[in-house]
Design a protein around this ligand. Structure first.
Ligand SMILES: *Cc1c(COP(=O)(O)O)cnc(C)c1O
Length: 372
């Protein structure tokens, strides 16, 4: 049996950066600055520079990033927040956590991202934010979404929050995710394009007041030790994780290049097969968090790949509007036909910067053998 090929290989990555990561961890252990402090600040500055954003606030996870951003914008009970159903559930959970109601709109059949035309129809006087997701690392068309929201809201300022959890370093018309909306929420969950060794996240924005409010909220509503200006939360970025992320960040551009090379190679090798391959908008340079193909025989192909020792996956098999957790919203099968069709047919192939061409050839050979 040849060695298994995982969906992502965090051990292979650690082997390439072990000395730098170990040194960063030791630095924190020796200084014992575990909460806030210079490591957190240094990473925030470095990640803001990476996104070309004016502000970055480190928080405890991508979910916290979304939740704190909504709270800082004053979104709460009675408000609606428009988002997509084809995403990880955290996008919607953050909306529910602040007491607002998620309103799900359908996605485009080519990009799998929020459809600007659908958003326009979903805006109501209760809409207080819109959260497009850069799914699989493909940037959503934020300028078109913003234009649609502004027109439908009669010019009322409705903030656009990017869910950039899968899209570190992706660009739209040369602009980085992180500055396309009014704020952007990043996850550094271990398997993300920039991953911590535990939970971590960040918000980037060019709005100094919003950044300051999120800084307050993440740390118990305080600027100084004993004065709590507002009721806040314990959702800080851990200093150990900040140090690890700081050691990894200089490698991110190179890792993204490797993902882009491998994604282009998948597309070239799978060209002409019956699979629907990812389509990239001319304005977009994706970060390729995932390389996702579609086929009506998805479940059979997935089983075949698993039998061959290949770690393919599904992102995501059940759209959020049909999840038991969101039954209370009253959606029915058929309400979001594109999201539902993609959920039934999407398949994520192994993709990580350290993947070799030989490993990729094995994945492609297994797919061709299945398709016959
Ligand atoms: C990973 C992810 C999140 C949540 O991030 P955590 O750091 O796991 O809380 C939110 N949205 C999307 C699209 C994600 O992929």
């Amino acid at each position: 049996m040849p060695a298994k090929i995982p969906l992502v290989d965090l051990a292979a990555q650690y082997a390439t950066i072990q000395a730098e990561v170990d040194q960063a961890i030791r630095r924190v252990l020796e200084t014992t600055r575990f909460i806030m402090g210079p490591e957190v600040q240094a990473f925030e500055e470095a990640f803001a520079a990476f996104c070309r954003a004016q502000h970055c606030v480190g928080v405890s996870s991508g979910t916290s990033a979304l939740e704190l951003t909504l709270r800082a914008l004053g979104v709460g009970p009675g408000d609606q927040v428009i988002t997509v159903a084809h995403t990880f559930i955290a996008t919607a959970e953050a909306i529910s956590a602040v007491g607002a109601t998620p309103v799900f709109v359908d996605i485009q059949p080519d990009s799998y991202n929020m459809d600007p035309a659908q958003v326009a129809q979903a805006v109501t006087p209760r809409t207080q934010a819109v959260i497009p997701v850069h799914i699989y690392g493909q940037p959503a068309d934020i300028p078109a979404i913003r234009a649609a929201v502004q027109a439908a809201g009669n010019g009322r300022a409705i903030p656009i929050i990017e869910d950039a959890a899968q899209a570190h370093g992706a660009t739209w018309q040369g602009q980085m995710t992180g500055v396309l909306g009014d704020a952007a929420c990043f996850s550094f969950y271990p398997g993300k394009n920039l991953g911590a060794y535990g939970d971590a996240g960040a918000v980037t924005t060019n709005d100094p007041r919003l950044a300051e409010q999120i800084r307050l909220l993440r740390n118990h509503g305080r600027r100084s030790k004993y004065l709590h200006e507002v009721k806040g939360f314990g959702q800080r970025l851990d200093a150990l994780q900040a140090a690890i992320l700081g050691a990894k960040l200089p490698h991110l551009a190179g890792w993204t290049d490797a993902r882009r090379r491998l994604a282009a190679r998948y597309s070239q090798l799978l060209q002409g097969s019956e699979l629907t391959l990812p389509r990239v908008a001319p304005e977009a340079d994706p970060a390729w968090h995932l390389y996702v193909v579609r086929t009506p025989a998805r479940d059979e192909l997935l089983a075949h790949l698993h039998m061959e020792g290949i770690g393919a996956g599904i992102h995501y098999p059940i759209p959020l509007h049909l999840q038991p957790a969101y039954q209370d919203l009253g959606y029915q099968p058929g309400d979001l036909p594109v999201s539902e069709a993609v959920a039934e047919s999407c398949l994520s192939l192994p993709l990580y910067p350290e993947m070799t061409e030989e490993q990729q050839d094995r994945v492609v050979a297994a797919i061709h053998a299945f398709l016959g």
